[in-house]
Write a protein that binds this ligand. Structure first.
Ligand code: NAD
Ligand code: DAU
Length: 349
């Protein structure tokens, strides 16, 4: 049995779907169902006897202790977080609450549980983090390695950096067998349409503006979400406790190029009714405050030590992603209209 937190979000739900498709081992999903949590992502496994959903907050010590006691996981994978940089700029408190205090309470409850386990050393706490903790790179700089200094620039990345430090400290101080992964930008199915790629696909099809912050020359290093999930499984299986692993796809792209690519694929797969290109909807808007210029991951450690590399190129992954959004218009409509939240209201009215 493994415990996944934040499993109703973008990466967590892809992780659970892939896990249940490739493993016999059961999964408990602990998720607070914030605006980013969507149980419909997991509709295909909701009746699977190996899948259990628990509605709750990682910061609720009593609830977490009860979940650990009842399900006795051999590993915890902590995806739960506030994840959107723009939201952290407008309202940082939720980020401090979940990413810092929530992670602290989760790991503290984990320490108590782990201390009483007979198979003490086989247990793992895998903390999912981001490349944003390293700050920004200049055009001529090398990529982020596991030894790059932390220099977070947004309230989001600062809160993730704080949680990474707490997790690290629990290994050094208490010996808790922790692993941390720092991954680059993910894209793929079930991505909430507040983030660049799903937002652009959705807005394009709705005939709305495609907002490019600043000059659009900021660089992100894109990884197909299922490749991130396979890397996490590999780290869980073979990673060395106390170590951190950078995960990336060697796919640096400027934002404007990503948006051009999306428009070109949409022009081909779903041409505009009135003719013309989706590129015509591109609109340059005011830049994000403190916008990091470039991220790039040096993924040599995970490749050399754990023999992991991504299966998708950016070209294959982005095409699959556009296809998924075209084939799953109902999911997108449910998220855009807010109707995906009805489930929570019905359950907890
Ligand atoms: P997401 O926002 O799509 O999902 C977050 C999930 O966590 C949601 O289901 C939400 O309901 C849940 N959650 C939030 N607060 C909670 C709380 N207090 N208790 C329990 N559940 C809570 O995020 P995502 O994009 O899937 O990211 C998952 C993790 O991966 C995060 O830790 C993020 O920092 C990290 N990460 C994301 C990316 C990316 O590109 N999306 C890249 C690298 C790392
Ligand atoms: O690098 C990993 C991080 O990637 C994760 O830790 C975060 O959880 C995840 O949200 C993502 O952060 P970004 O800020 O890079 O992702 P976002 O999709 O919000 O933005 C990608 C780039 O596109 C960024 O340079 C800002 C720009 N952008 C974004 C939006 C939403 C635009 O130009 N226009 C937009 O409308």
């Amino acid at each position: 049995m493994i415990l996944v937190t934040g499993g109703a979000g973008f990466i967590g739900s892809n992780f659970i779907l892939d896990w249940l498709a490739t493993h016999d081992e059961a999964v408990v999903n602990l998720d607070a169902l914030t605006y980013a949590g969507n149980v419909h992502n997991l509709a295909s496994v909701k009746d699977d006897p190996r899948y259990t959903f628990v509605h709750g907050d990682i910061g609720d010590t009593q609830l977490v202790a009860g979940v650990l006691e009842r399900h006795r996981p051999r590993a915890i994978i902590n995806f739960a977080a506030e994840s959107h940089v723009d939201r952290s700029i407008h309202g940082p408190e939720a980020f401090v609450q979940t990413n810092i205090l929530g992670t602290f309470r989760l790991i503290e409850a984990t320490r108590a549980y782990w201390g009483l386990l007979p198979e003490h050393s086989a247990f793992r706490f895998l903390h999912i983090s981001t490349d944003e903790v390293f700050g920004t790179l200049g055009a001529a700089d090398q990529a982020f390695s596991e030894r790059t200094q932390y220099q977070p620039n947004s309230p989001y990345s600062a809160s993730k950096a704080a949680s990474d430090h707490l997790v690290r400290a629990y290994h050094h101080t208490y010996g808790l067998p922790v692993l941390t992964t720092n991954c680059s930008n993910n894209y793929g199915p079930y991505h909430f349409p507040e983030k660049l790629i799903p937002l652009v696909i959705h807005n394009a099809l709705e005939g709305r503006a495609l907002p490019i912050y600043g000059d659009g020359q900021q660089i992100r290093d894109w990884l197909y979400v299922r490749d991130h999930c396979s890397a996490i499984r590999r780290v869980l299986e073979a990673g060395v406790p106390g170590e951190t692993y950078n995960i990336g796809g060697w796919n640096e792209r400027a934002n404007l190029d990503v948006v051009h690519t999306l428009c070109d694929i949409l022009d081909e797969l779903s041409p505009k009714a009135g003719g013309g290109s989706y590129r015509d909807q591109i609109t340059f808007v005011t830049d994000r405050p403190g916008h990091d210029r470039r991220y790039a991951i040096d993924a040599r450690k995970i490749e050399a030590e754990l023999d992991w590399r991504p299966a998708e190129t950016f070209e294959s992954g982005i095409r699959k992603t556009v296809r998924w959004y075209l084939d799953n218009a109902e999911w997108v409509r449910g998220v855009a209209s807010g109707s995906y939240r009805n489930w929570i209201e019905k359950q907890y009215a």
